[in-house]
Design a protein around this ligand. Structure first.
Ligand SMILES: Cc1ncc(COP(=O)(O)O)c(C=O)c1O
Length: 398
């Protein structure tokens, strides 16, 4: 009999896993699908970045193993970006590590810094790589519910001191997926202070650092004095430059932490494709120029989506950041059957809150991945899907 490991058997189902196959089937049946599911927008990466990749492909040097060192120029560009964007200096060789997308680094982190049995604090609803990283490294995930009454901030006061003493890593992600919440600096200061007190490594997932609206600027965890001793930050090129499929991001932090993550990676991968690192330099060096139109487009989509949802009777605030709307369902409507009905009967794909863990129940997530016009149409379909649900009455009829 084929046996699989307890660690793998414990993994919860991945929320996005079945959707692509169902979407393909719907498209093959001629359904006009509006995909507001995965955080993967419909616009292309910046043309100069694509051109840089094309050029790199013609250079044999970029077809070789990169190993963990990668392209020194890419590390230098990461370091310069962090300096320019956040005002913090990090050594490109010892304090920066290229990643095959930030997900890879986030999920490998507990292997690098925890021992089996250590607690890993996992925010829920949240990005699934955190619980995956905890379980695959033999750690004990402790689910920390993010609740609207706490502005979706992880509630430190709800975690007993003895649990904090056994905790190796906490994941914090602001701007947040899926709730789109942002964290005030005072909250990050409190988090750093608690991590220092209990010897916890704070893994700060800043994948949406540059996807912000209305003049809001997302902080780095290193804006908090003393954070360098307890935190590592993960940055991604995926969302800021529409490069999700390229798989490129990087970790920033103190040399011993970066060294430990590098040691894990040296046994499991050989670094991001060098041609992609070469093109990534162009993205990072011209960051503001490339992110501004993406931010503006996502802002238009946010406004259209929020207005359409409110018109349909859903109640939600307009988020300051990230590329998601986290929408409460009427009491008594379960998110999974609602999302399934919306997809199968109305061709509108959104993610059920429960897919981000039980604490996400009662919500669904709309990704701003289609044009404002398509979002409005998608929301109309969601309203119809809800109307077909018993107990799905909204404040105003859709
Ligand atoms: C919160 C969060 N962190 C990290 C990632 C991963 O990004 P990357 O493409 O860099 O692996 C995502 C992707 O959706 C995300 O939502």
């Amino acid at each position: 009999m084929i046996r699989t490991s307890d660690r793998v058997n414990q993994l919860p189902g991945y929320p996005l896993a079945e959707i692509p196959a169902i979407k393909r089937r719907l498209l093959a049946d001629g359904v006009d699908v509006i995909d507001m599911g995965a955080g993967d927008s419909d616009y292309p990466p910046p043309q100069p970045v694509i051109d840089a990749l094309r050029e790199a492909l013609d250079d044999i040097r970029y077809h070789k193993y990169g190993f963990q060192q990668g392209l020194p120029e890419f590390r230098a560009a990461c370091s310069a970006f962090v300096q320019h964007r956040f005002g913090h200096a990090f050594d490109p060789v010892k304090e920066i590590l290229p990643l095959i997308g930030s997900k890879e680094g986030l999920s490998h982190l507990p292997l690098a810094v925890c021992n089996p049995g250590d607690v890993v604090l996992v925010p829920e609803p949240g990005y699934q790589a955190y619980i995956g990283g905890a379980l695959l490294s033999g750690c004990e995930p402790r689910i920390c519910g993010l609740r609207p009454e706490n502005d979706f901030l992880l509630d430190w006061d709800s975690i007993p001191g003895d649990v904090l003493d056994r905790t190796g890593v906490v994941y914090l992600n602001y701007p947040n997926n899926p709730t789109a919440a942002v964290a005030p600096l005072e909250y990050l200061e409190k988090s750093v202070a608690i991590c220092r007190k209990h010897g916890i490594l704070l893994a700060y997932d800043n994948a949406y650092a540059d996807i912000t609206f209305d003049g809001y600027r997302a902080p780095s965890i290193f804006d908090v004095p003393g954070a360098r001793n307890v935190a590592v930050e993960f940055l991604s090129l995926s969302k800021s430059y529409a490069m999700t499929g390229w798989r490129i991001g990087f970790a920033v932090g103190a040399a011993p932490l970066i060294g430990a993550l590098k040691a894990v990676k040296s046994y499991v991968d050989t670094g991001p494709f060098l041609a992609i690192q070469k093109a990534g330099i162009v993205a990072l060096e011209r960051s503001e120029e490339f992110v501004a139109p993406i931010r503006a487009e996502l802002g238009r989509r946010r406004d259209a989506g929020v207005a359409a949802l409110r018109d349909a009777g859903f109640e939600l605030e307009s988020p300051k950041a990230a590329m998601y709307l986290w929408v409460p369902l009427p009491a008594g409507v379960a998110s999974q059957p609602f999302a399934t009905r919306a997809m199968l009967e109305h061709g509108a794909i959104v993610l059920p809150g429960a897919g981000f863990g039980p604490a996400g129940e009662g919500f669904f997530r709309v990704a701003l991945t289609v044009s404002p016009e398509r979002l409005v149409e998608g929301v109309e379909r969601l309203g119809r899907a809800l109307a077909g649900h018993s107990g799905g009455e909204l404040a105003r009829a859709p």
